[in-house]
Design a protein around this ligand. Sequence first.
Ligand code: G3P
Length: 217
Amino acid sequence: MELYLDTANLDEIREVASWGVLSGVTTNPSLVAKEGRDFRTVIAEICDIVDGPVSAEVISTDRAGMIREAGEKSGWHENVVIKIPMGPEGLAAVSVLEGRGIRCNMTLVFSAEQGLLSARAGASYISPFVGRLDDIGVDGMEVVSTLAEILERYDLGSKIIAASIRHPAHVIDAALSGAHIATIPYKVMQKMVSHPLTDRGIEAFLSDWARHSGEKG
Ligand code: G3P
């Protein structure tokens, strides 16, 4: 189970990369727009920090545009993975691009059926949006576990990226449901790393040590 950050913020990426736990990064147009910086520059800087797949999404809605954009963006760095939105145009683009050796991450996947189609089109990565399904009262993790079972049973090579992660329990559920990767917002990563008992334990160790040192001195 690999952990990616779902962000285009370099400070967040630098921080989590320094923990030694980061295998990749995903971005989307909303996350890049939030940073207010040039797309290509941001992706290049992320690739300098993280030695792993970095997803950059296309804006085109037709297959020819997606393929053209993917050809350009995949040339930015060898670790760039092209994020393509699910649909007939996306499937067609992914099948062409993967045939050319350009790795794709099928995004905006909300059902196992969409996931199976993505796998058959040859997508290297498939991103079910768990949180957005939960938001509308559908069990998002069910899509991850069903898709994981299908990929395993039929030996399909795509990797599942559990996306739209809202809280730490989503990450553990994704791991237990068979996701290969979870892409995690920085705020959720911060929640994962901390625990009140860890903080209390450190405080107790330090105050006991200070008392011990005082007694000896
Ligand atoms: O980047 C794709 C996905 O993780 C977005 O999540 O929080 O906008 O539903 P969210």
